[in-house]
Design a protein around this ligand. Structure first.
Ligand code: SF4
Length: 511
């Protein structure tokens, strides 16, 4: 097996025989992020066991997710799935009263072809709560792609609420500056009518939407025509540039979303919303005048849905991981919004300076990514800029178009640091990877738990890759946290070196 290093980026594809988490694990962080949601995983005991084990102590904290466990009768289609799901959803409504229920389809619903998308609309009108269907099954996706399927499903069914449309008309400077008094008069009449008809209903709720449907067709037509009226105004373009709308998508803890929002604010960019928002009822306005930008590399389906279905303008940029990525991300957003970035060079230099104590530990060290969470390219690019040598980047899936700016930044990092390009192995084979690790003897292997302890026992330092998914790694300030994670096994093994226990397996030096 050749382990020669390429001089350009080379993409390889192996058998896909690798360890990763099932994508249904995304409920663990999404139910915490969207506070008024409830996740119902429709699967078998296998899925239940996985969730129970992977999510650890979380299951004791009355989480807002549950399993709808399929029995043999369901699989044999002897029982009507509709009635069973209806019973469960009514129970969820009664016990937790969520604003949205997310059904997570699994391998079993996929194999027996349960028509979840077909059942959902009827059931949601019966229970009065929106139901989003996401097929986050282990047959098609890996780990973090679960979040992608959920966000894509939300983006797919999203319709701006009436109040959002009214706000949009109200806040549009083009509308307010319009000389068309008839248009203004029409708007006031429509708003009064809407208020009277809708009464005290909460915007964004299902009840609100149902009542909204009862409004006359003409009301909507008039509103739609008032949008297109604005679009025809000659000064519209100019206004758009000033009043840009930017929605960021990707689920991160609230502290991180605040940090990223503030970084953009420093450049004069106002983030108008996040997908997902902390409450489902507060989803941001989406539409053709809205720019959207991802913060994670595994969100390519969501990006496509926002682009094609909601007609948003997609900004493809490097991802805000590491100071170099964060700077590239902000610069790209600025360039699309016709703004000149300022102070970023100094900001990045200051962060690199503050990382010096960690950089001394990692410079010249080699790292091997076995690949399981799709964050690998960004992390590898950052580690190369830190002075490390990356032998291989294993990754479950690469959307080359979506990741193009990130791949370009990876190439730039290799050239800047004068190191050879790593191999990019899509759908890796863990067996072959272990052989390559034996050959290359990297200083650090970033891998899943299945291989971590066996490799440690054979003298290879490892870092558990899942930690990067749950740690706060985005933005300038969190670059230190990434290095804290990367250097921990190196520091620990250095401290234990004198004990002489580096090899714990008798294999004549072989792995
Ligand atoms: S969805 Fe499929 S891969 Fe995931 S736990 Fe269930 S059976 Fe396993």
């Amino acid at each position: 097996m050749s382990t020669l290093f390429p001089e350009t980026l080379i993409f390889e594809c192996e058998t896909g025989n690798y360890h990763t988490f099932c994508p249904i694990s995304c409920v663990a962080w999404l139910y915490q992020k969207v506070e008024d949601s409830f996740f119902l995983v429709i699967g078998t005991k296998t899925c239940g066991y996985f969730l129970q084990n992977a999510l650890g102590v979380m299951i004791f904290a009355e989480p807002r997710y549950a399993m709808a466990e399929l029995e043999e009768v369901d699989v044999a289609a002897k029982l009507e799935s509709y009635d069973e799901l209806k019973r469960l959803c009514f129970q969820i409504k009664q016990d937790r009263n969520p604003t949205v229920i997310v059904w997570i389809g699994t391998c079993t619903t996929e194999v027996i072809q349960t028509d979840l998308e077909g059942i959902a609309p009827t059931l949601e009108s019966e229970i009065g709560i929106p139901i989003v269907v996401a097929r986050a099954n282990g047959l098609d996706y890996a780990f973090t792609q679960g979040e992608d399927t959920v966000l894509a499903a939300i983006a797919h069914r999203y319709q701006p609420s009436y109040s959002q449309k009214l706000n949009k008309i109200e806040t549009s400077s083009a509308f307010l500056n319009s000389d068309d008094s008839l248009l203004k008069l029409n708007y006031i009449r429509q708003k009064t009518l809407a208020k009277n008809t809708i009464g005290e209903s909460q915007p964004g709720t299902f009840k609100f939407l149902t009542k909204l449907k009862q409004l006359s067709q003409t009301l909507f037509l008039k509103i739609t025509s008032s949008f297109s009226e604005q679009d025809r105004l000659p000064q519209k373009q100019k206004e758009k540039q000033k009043d840009h709308q930017l929605v960021l998508f990707g689920s991160v803890p609230n502290t991180v979303s605040t940090q990223l929002t503030m970084e953009l604010q420093k450049q004069g960019i106002n983030v108008t919303g996040w997908l997902p928002s902390p409450r489902y009822a507060d989803l941001p306005f989406l539409g053709k005048e809205v720019h959207v930008c991802a913060i994670n590399p595994f969100l390519s389906r969501t990006a496509t849905t926002l682009l094609r279905r909601q007609k948003c303008s997609l900004i493809t940029a490097p991802f805000p991981i590491g100071p170099d990525g964060t700077r590239g991300w902000i610069e790209k957003i600025c360039s699309v919004l016709n703004l000149l970035p300022h102070g970023l060079e100094k900001r990045e230099a200051d962060i690199w300076k503050s990382l010096e104590d960690y950089l001394q530990l990692v410079r010249g060290k080699s790292v091997f990514f076995m690949g399981d969470n799709l964050l690998e390219i960004c992390l590898a690019r950052f580690l190369i800029r830190c002075g490390m040598i990356v032998y291989e980047i294993g990754i479950p899936y690469i959307d080359k178009k979506f990741q193009a700016p990130e791949l370009a930044l990876l190439e730039k990092a290799c050239q800047q640091m004068n190191v050879l390009f790593p191999r990019l192995v899509e759908r890796p084979d863990n067996y072959y990877q272990v052989q390559r690790i034996r050959e290359l003897q990297p200083d650090l292997a970033i891998t899943g738990m299945a291989h971590a302890n066996p490799l440690e026992a054979r003298g290879v330092s490892t870092k558990w890759s899942v930690e990067f998914t749950f740690a706060q790694i985005h933005g300038f300030t969190n670059a230190r946290d990434i290095l804290e994670l990367v250097t921990r096994p190196l520091r620990r093994n250095k401290a234990l070196d004198r004990l002489g226990w580096t090899q714990l397996v008798k294999t004549n030096g072989d792995i």
